[in-house]
Design a protein around this ligand. Structure first.
Ligand code: MLT
Length: 277
């Protein structure tokens, strides 16, 4: 489906009926990242999978696509759909956007799922790598960059034993547009440090991470959990510490919902059932 949201045509898919769950893909992916989760959840949940600006079948206006801007796009989509509260799940860049969404619209968030993501901003080397990538994608196109990224985002097990997942990941990445990649890279370079946001999170949170994720490794996931649970973070006022769970997805790298959907879906389903019962 397509809808004009803010200043661009956004593509999104909806499936099922029940409590609303918004699944936000990472970089440079699109709504197809969540195909298995849509199938697993649609019987009991209203599952919404947008293509962020610049990706999938959404239009690609000029960047930068800041995390706040993409969070506002998601808020606009929810408004269009008449959704007042949502369970918000984001993978990697989708997680960065989820932090921005939480800062902007905490009352709209019923629970959070943070998959293969991190709260820290880019260090200087990371920013430089993104600037280099912008130059390369503008001169060489998307395919060489996508091929280089593939082995970094998938586990060895996926690469050797799961050709379907490799193909799906490759297709999403090579289908991405130059304008979308550039806009998102510019936005990620300037994204703020979300670590101070963690102790403000006051809703149930599920953190998921591929056991072999080298980009946002399990140690980052643990650090996020500890910061959310930091009871001292509220200063002298008593803080309502939310339920936080961390689940490691075996055999998966950075694209855990695609690489090991069975374990990912089981953990997600259990969490959703708990927070909506
Ligand atoms: C993603 O999967 O969204 C990217 O790894 C995020 C990033 O480049 O920081």
């Amino acid at each position: 489906m397509r809808q004009t949201i803010n200043d661009f045509e956004m593509n999104y898919e909806v499936a099922g009926y029940g409590p609303a769950v918004l699944l936000v893909h990472g970089f440079p992916h699109d709504h197809r990242l969540w195909r298995a989760q849509v199938d697993a959840l649609a019987e009991d949940y209203w599952v919404i999978t947008p293509d962020l600006r610049g990706f999938g079948e959404s239009a690609a206006p000029p960047g930068p696509y800041t995390m706040d801007l993409m969070a506002e796009d998601l808020r606009g989509l929810l408004r269009e759909l008449g959704i007042e509260q949502v369970i918000l799940a984001g993978l990697s860049m989708g997680g960065y956007i989820s932090f921005a969404f939480w800062r902007l619209y905490p009352n709209v968030v019923r629970a959070l799922v943070l998959a293969d993501t991190r709260a820290a901003p880019d260090n200087p080397e990371g920013k430089q790598n993104r600037l280099d990538m912008i130059q390369r994608v503008q001169s060489e196109g998307v395919e060489p960059i996508a091929e280089e990224m593939l082995p970094n985002v998938l586990s060895d097990r996926t690469l050797t034993e799961n050709p379907d997942a490799v193909q799906q990941a490759r297709r999403m990445m090579t289908d991405a547009s130059v304008a979308g990649i550039v806009g998102a890279l510019q936005g990620m370079i300037e994204r703020p440090d979300s670590r101070p946001t963690l102790p403000t999170i006051a809703v149930p949170t599920l953190i998921m991470v591929g056991e072999e994720d080298t980009l946002t490794p399990p140690s980052e996931a643990e650090a996020m959990r500890d910061a959310i649970l930091d009871e001292g973070a509220g200063g002298t006022t008593t803080r309502l510490v939310p339920k936080v769970r961390i689940v490691r997805i075996p055999g998966a790298g950075h694209l855990s919902p695609l690489e090991n959907p069975d374990d990912f879906d089981e953990a997600l389903r259990e969490f959703l059932d708990e927070v909506t019962k």
